[in-house]
Write a protein that binds this ligand. Structure first.
Ligand SMILES: *[C@@H]1O[C@H](CO)[C@@H](O)[C@H](O)[C@H]1NC(C)=O
Ligand SMILES: *[C@@H]1O[C@H](CO)[C@@H](O)[C@H](O)[C@H]1NC(C)=O
Length: 449
């Protein structure tokens, strides 16, 4: 069996050229330690096969993670889950659904919404529409369109009020407890109020730039009634990704960055993606928490600024197969809003979705849905039975009319105009909210919802 050496790759030069270039890598990865990739020998034998062949040829998955922090006797579903790289309740890997969690971070606007709309038509194997999770930031968001995403069965989560202004690691790293409450709890209330979403349905949060400030952040999340966080990159790579777990026994990993114990609060680990390329004949790996940041590299490690849809699709496929042929942890497709502005990226995503939905056991669902499954796990057959009564798409006052096409902001009824907003360096903004609401007197902001 072929064993890989440990490659220590200094990516600082590559990373800074990425940032200097035209590609918008909003969720920067640079604060995380440089990649040290060790390829377990088992994964080098993976070959591409058809679904049928995989059933018979796939290597049984062996857990490589020892969790010594969690009490597996005391920590049981539905309220508690230990961190592990195996499915909950001792379920057999071959029987469980392969969930794909697609998330988009950023503002929901007239520009990106029509692209999001194209996802509405795909159907999971239970014949219900696929779902995604949108972590919505405040500035430039169109709250009527956020409502429509929600009405269509997607999950709405929180990505802060001021991200557009404070788009840097430092701000979030040093933000205090009160600041986290205002940023995230505040945006939760803004979303509920102006998009008319029941506040209890807004359960999840993702820190801007994936930067938390340790335990104060999580304490603030809990105190603002969030039920899960999805901001913690996990450097376990694609061979043994984690399943979601609760903070009952803290972080449960080596190099704990926080020991906060929060019973029942879920952490959805951002399992890394992997890009493989070659520098002077040596295979190297780059890991990224956001698929958006895992932009393609040429064979020599230089950056491709405009990867083709085929290249992107191959990257998706390479990462997905490790999950599907591995432990079937929820497959992360974590994208920033910018993803949808690029035709090649859009096409690759759509092709990937279409392709994977041909499998009987792959489901594109919201994080919320995955967490419900974690609390009462079922096999594929039971899952289809349980969910085939699709969530109804109800008519609401705020929803779009059937067939309504989004052209530009002028078509919306409730447009609220604000001149010279102090917090935005004197910029003006036009904010669209649900039709039956009154415009707030001032542009909503921290402590001014
Ligand atoms: C784990 O939990 C069980 C059940 O609550 C308890 O009896 C046991 O002492 C705990 N083990 C440890 C090591 O704390
Ligand atoms: C966070 O952790 C530090 C020590 O690591 C502790 O002093 C502080 O009280 C904790 N804060 C909260 C809000 O839990």
């Amino acid at each position: 069996m072929k064993l890989f050496a440990i490659f220590v790759v200094n990516l600082i030069l590559i990373s800074s050229s990425v940032l200097a270039g035209p590609i918008d890598v909003t969720e920067t990865e640079e604060t995380y330690p440089t990649t040290v990739t060790e390829e377990p020998s088992t994964m080098t034998t993976i070959v591409e096969t058809t679904t049928e062949e995989m059933k018979t040829t796939r290597t049984p998955y062996h857990s490589s993670f020892k969790n010594t922090d969690c009490n597996f006797t005391a920590c049981v579903a539905p309220d508690c889950q230990c961190l592990q790289d195996l499915p909950p309740n001792g379920m057999n890997i071959d029987d469980i659904p392969q969930f794909v969690i697609v998330t988009f971070d950023g503002a929901v606007t007239v520009t990106n919404f029509p692209y999001y709309q194209t996802l509405f038509d795909f159907k999971n194997p239970n014949n219900c529409p696929i779902e995604a999770t949108y972590f919505v930031s405040h500035v430039d968001s169109n709250y009527k369109l956020v409502h429509e995403l929600y009405r269509r069965g997607n999950e709405i989560g929180v990505h802060s009020i001021s991200k557009a202004k404070n788009n840097n690691q430092e701000f979030w790293k040093y933000l205090d407890y009160e600041g986290w409450r205002q940023e995230m709890g505040g945006q939760r209330q803004i979303l509920s109020k102006y998009s008319e979403i029941p506040i209890g349905k807004i359960r999840g949060v993702r820190a801007p730039n994936l930067q938390t400030a340790g335990n104060v952040t999580f304490t603030a999340f809990v105190d603002e009634n969030f039920e899960y966080d999805c901001s913690n990159p996990s450097r376990r790579g694609i061979n043994s990704p984690f399943f979601p777990y609760t903070f009952d026994y803290g972080f449960q990993r080596e190099n704990d960055c926080q020991e906060k114990i929060i019973p029942g609060f879920w952490d959805v680990p951002m399992n890394d993606w992997d890009v493989e390329y070659e520098v002077q004949g040596v295979k190297v790996h780059r890991e990224c928490a956001m698929a958006s940041a895992c932009i393609m590299f040429n064979k020599d490690g230089s950056v491709i600024y405009h990867p083709t849809a085929d290249e992107i699709y191959d990257l998706f496929e390479y990462n997905f197969n490790h999950y599907y042929n591995g432990n079937r942890a929820p497959f992360p497709l974590f994208l920033s809003e910018e993803w949808m502005h690029d035709e090649a990226k859009r096409n690759a995503l759509q092709r990937f979705i279409q392709d994977k939905l041909e499998k009987h056991d792959v489901f594109f669902v919201s994080i919320d849905e995955v967490l419900q499954w974690m609390q009462s796990p079922t096999n594929v057959h039971e899952y289809i039975e349980k969910t085939k009564q699709c969530k109804p798409i109800v008519k609401t006052k705020c929803g779009l009319k059937d067939g309504e096409i989004i052209n530009d902001i002028s078509q919306f009824k409730r447009k609220c105009d604000y001149e010279k907003i102090d917090e935005l360096n004197g910029q003006s903004k036009r904010m669209v909210i649900c039709d039956d609401l009154h415009c707030p007197e001032h542009y909503p902001w921290l402590n001014r919802l």
